[in-house]
Design a protein around this ligand. Structure first.
Ligand SMILES: NC(=O)c1ccc[n+]([C@@H]2O[C@H](COP(=O)([O-])OP(=O)(O)OC[C@H]3O[C@@H](n4cnc5c(N)ncnc54)[C@H](O)[C@@H]3O)[C@@H](O)[C@H]2O)c1
Length: 412
């Protein structure tokens, strides 16, 4: 039995899913094969990913491959209720409601695990966390898992280092066909898409402070520069800082950048990146947004507790009035803005990420029982298959090495 906001929203969700499917040639090609061979038949799969149209396409692909699918979200604000309703109507068990409380969020994740899945697809590590704690007994049939994002992979490595990880997990985030495009171009486009739509403000000529110059930060900075903004990067890694300078951006500490920024975007995976001492220096009317996985990067709790007033300004924007009269505007309560205040990555990007996911889950199903608990890379053949399908869908071909060239390269 599904837990959704309103079954009557299904028609709008169906249209969103159909739109996404039309632009997902890679996942559709993989799905056609899964649908024919039904490798997931007799197996239960629980997915915890931002529940919107592209994710629905992945859940349906797994179901067409024979799986009994149970889907929940991975963030209380990123679920789209119409998509959840449509997915439930299309035969997937759904447990997700937009704007649910933290307690309800955990209940939804637990409900999605109550089928005792053979495979889980996690995004950020919350399912994995439950399976190592209060929902431990629901993991008795588990063969293995896949993890979608950087923060989730970090949490897995931390758990494995202390000898606590109980099952094998494939780090989908680290596959080339995932992070090279999803984290960089996906976060780059969708963060600006969300910020421009939510604020309706101009970007060109503005100072944009981006905290973290990893895969995501680079993408957000590249698109900011393309929109005509002046980009300031803050980092803790000297190599990344030098890369940012070579890409044409200015590097400084957050303490120095605080006074300059019009937009602040955190994308570090770290906590306390923008805090009260920074707020004290900021200009009136700044926009504070986070694109990292958890809502720990911008200290919104301090703003809630110490501002004179919190005023909802537009959908997805809360203005916090400071004692000196300045307003600091927070997007989507500091939760990852491109999903909590937007539609997430472009469809074509998630086509590749979820192509990797579908093949990684199949691989885990076939090989997971023979693997010890640990964090495993996605096999190269999966990256190769997804990239081939993507090239094919774009009508592009690439050169092949001749025997002479192969010999030349091998002799180097
Ligand atoms: N919004 C999205 O759709 C989306 C997509 C993919 C990943 N993510 C999340 O975004 C975050 C970053 O992912 P990534 O793949 O870019 O990771 P990454 O490891 O490639 O980059 C993170 C960067 O932040 C820097 N950093 C860490 N702490 C910092 C601090 N206190 N101040 C300044 N810089 C700091 C690191 O040195 C690193 O260069 C993760 O939480 C990840 O899960 C979000």
């Amino acid at each position: 039995m599904s837990i959704i906001r309103d079954a009557a929203l299904a028609e709008s969700g169906r249209r969103k899913i159909a739109w996404a499917r039309a632009y997902m040639p890679v996942l559709n090609a993989i799905g056609a094969n899964l649908s024919e061979k039904k490798p997931f038949k007799g197996f239960r799969v629980t997915t915890s990913v931002h529940l919107e149209a592209k994710t629905a396409c992945l859940a349906l692909t797994l179901a067409e491959g024979g799986a009994e699918v149970h889907s929940t979200g991975c963030n209380p604000l990123s679920t789209q209720d119409d998509v959840a309703a449509a997915l439930a109507d299309m035969g997937v068990n759904v447990y997700a409601v937009h704007g649910c409380t933290d307690r309800e969020y955990t209940e939804h994740l637990t409900a999605a695990l109550s089928c005792k899945p053979h495979l889980i697809l996690d995004d950020g590590g919350d399912l994995t966390e439950l399976l190592h704690g209060p929902a431990e007994r629901l993991g008795e049939a588990l063969i293995g898992a896949t993890e979608e994002t950087t923060t989730g992979v970090h949490r897995l490595h931390a758990r494995h280092r202390t000898g606590q990880l109980r099952f094998p997990v494939m780090a989908v985030n680290d596959a080339d066909m995932k992070h090279l495009f999803d984290n960089r171009y996906g976060t780059g486009q969708s963060t600006w898409d969300a910020l421009m739509n939510t604020t309706n403000l101009q970007v060109s000529g503005k100072a944009v402070v981006i905290a973290g110059y990893g895969w995501c930060g680079r993408g957000v900075a590249m698109r900011a520069a393309g929109l005509g903004a002046r980009v300031i990067v803050t980092e803790i890694d000297p190599v990344k800082a030098i890369e940012a300078v070579n890409d044409g951006h200015t590097v400084m500490t957050m303490d120095d950048a605080a006074a300059h920024g019009d937009f602040f975007i955190t994308v570090t995976g770290c906590n306390d990146v923008v805090v009260d001492r920074h707020y004290a220096k900021m200009k009136d009317g700044v926009i504070l947004a986070n694109a990292g996985h958890f809502d720990v990067e911008v200290d919104v709790k301090w703003l809630r507790e110490n501002s004179i007033e919190a005023i909802p300004r537009r959908d997805g924007i809360m203005a916090y009035k400071q004692k000196d009269g300045r307003y600091l505007n927070v997007i989507a309560e500091g939760r990852l803005c491109n999903l909590a205040a937007g539609n997430g990555h472009p469809v074509e990007i998630m086509d590749m990420s979820f192509g990797v996911q579908a093949l990684a889950l199949k691989h885990m199903l076939q090989h997971g029982s023979g693997l010890k608990p640990g964090v495993y890379p996605v096999p190269h053949e999966i990256d190769a298959r997804v990239s081939e399908l993507k090239l094919l869908s774009m009508g592009m071909t690439i050169d092949k090495l001749t025997e002479v060239q192969k010999k030349y390269l091998e002799a180097q």
